[in-house]
Ligand binder design. Sequence first.
Ligand code: ADP
Length: 705
Amino acid sequence: MPPNGQQEREKSQPERSRFEAMFTCAPIGVVIADRDGQAVQVNPSFCAMMDQPAEELLGASLIETMTHGEDIATERTLFDSLVEGQRSSYQIEKRYVRSDRQIVWASVKAQARVGDDGAVAEVILMIEDITARRDAEQALRSSETKMRMLSDTVMDGLIMIDHQGCVRHWSRAAVQMFGYSVDEAIGRRMHMLVMPHDDVANAERGLAEFQHTGTGPIIGQNVQYLAQRRNGERFPAEISVSPIKVDGKWWAVGTVRDITLRQKTQDATQQAAQRAEEIAEQLKVALRESEEHRLTAEQLAIKAREADRAKTQFLTDMSHEIRTPMTAVLGYTDILLRGDIAPQEQWNFLQSIKTNGRALLDLINQILDQSKIEAGRMDAQTVRLAPWDLLQEVDTLMRPRIEAKGLAFDIKYLGPIPQVIQTDAMKLRQILVNLIGNAIKFTEQGEISLTTRCQENEQGKLMLAMTVSDTGIGISRDMLKRIFSPYQQDEAQNKQSKDASPGTGLGLSISRKLAELLGGDITVESQVGHGSHFTVTIDPGPLDDVRMVSAPTITRLENPAVDSHRPPSPQLTGKVIVAEDTVATAIMLEFLLKDMGLDVQIAETGRVCCDMVFDAASRGEKYDLIIMDIHMPEMDGYQATRILRQLNYDVPILAVTARAMPSDRERCARAGCDDYITKPIDLEYFTQRVKEFITSPQTANRLRQ
Ligand code: ADP
């Protein structure tokens, strides 16, 4: 409450003196102004503030005279409202202007004193000189402005935090980088603004350490971290933090740099470097590969040259192999055609023609086998057979040649062997004949043996093994390495052999392929000068119900496939057509059939053959057998057979073909033939089949059953 006149009057003297003392001694300016704002009383502190004696100040307007022009209006309004009683006091920070034009900043508190009439009698103003503070504030403001301007010019975000981790400075770059305005950022915990929230706990621990010590994991160094913008987007940043001590507490100033671009560049550079390394590596690999290819190409070229050389050698040998027996065949034939040869010599010459003819056939068979193997068309025709029978057959076949050369031949058995096996008898025979043939060829003295036994292979399966051993010239190490490759021969060694025929170099290669076809293999052991051992193994087929027998108890198995019984030439009755365009073959077959007592007619083409059948039918007659050559002009054997079958003529047809592939058998069967035989014709087999067709046509058929 302001003092009023009554109270004033009632004030005691000591009170008054106290007021005077306070007024005079107050460290701040105290001025009593009238209702217009003119100084009525000023104390020494105000005089000092204004640097003027009291006499100059008294009567002057505190507002219009002493106040800075920019502050007059404001204070006048406040002062008048005070005088009008609209307020009892006011406070203002304002500027006084001293007589020397210096500005004094002051904090003014004005209090109205109400007179007895209830109106404001005077105004008491307490005036504190705050020039120093304002100057300091101004200086701070300007330095802050400068700092902001500076901090705003740098590209890096500049952030200052106080000892509590709250943002005190947030530069424009920080605004752009993190998306929080200055107002939004100031006062908030920095960690919440600049990093993914799941990382904040960790960072706060670092801050706690910093608050105590002024150091921490990121202080004083460049650290990369994953920053997060307001919109949640994360980016790689580099931060560098320096500590500053403010009022004994640790504050920190940090720069934050968005290094997305730098990292991308780095990544791109790294990728480029990596790619360059990869390309270099690929180049190295490519170079290595090309070197390997070059070497392979060289090796292939060497192999090709070797193969070429082997084939050239083969052709030379073949020429020899064919011309030698051909010379004998044609030479003896010429001699016989002269017609003046004694019967004994005739027989000898004919034997020679037959032997050489067989040699030619063997040669052709070998070449055919090799081409079948190369075409992957060799397959096995498995039959049941007794090994004993087969070995006896081989014995019968080979012993005369072996003994003719003055060598011994022994067939041995080691331990029991299966009584019956399932294999391709012809192919097994072919292998053994070839191995024994070689043994004969390369052995001049001593013996040849064929030893049969059972042995387990690497997989524990029981195999039948047959070893052909000789006491001949043996095989060199070099030759052993390539002995099973086609067209390979040891020329030096072959010269040692007294055998005139150089061979084709195909026998062992074919034999090994055949052995593989029979589920086994051929191996060789040999020493030059000490002879050789060739062992052929074959899969004997299922042996569950098969007896294992020792040599003395081995008995023959009745098996038509290997039955060596040869019936005498039969005497038959019946009418036969020989459909054959090759005159020589036709005459030979006519001779054989007539020899059996049969009535024979020859047809040069399939059409003539069909006409003969139709003619006979028109007379109510029929033929008992047609020997049908497959390859004939005008109408071949297949067509003729098909026509006859389509017209329901059921006369037995035995096809004759020079081709011996399994597919030919199928074609014959499809056309309607009852069986087929291959050229050159095995006369015994031919005779046997003709007899079967004539005597029991219902069961003779082998293809159509
Ligand atoms: P060829 O039909 O020329 O005899 P092979 O393949 O049967 O062809 O044999 C190839 C070569 O292996 C023969 O030329 C010979 O050098 C050698 N050879 C084969 N068997 C024997 C053996 N029992 N003793 C010595 N050398 C052999």
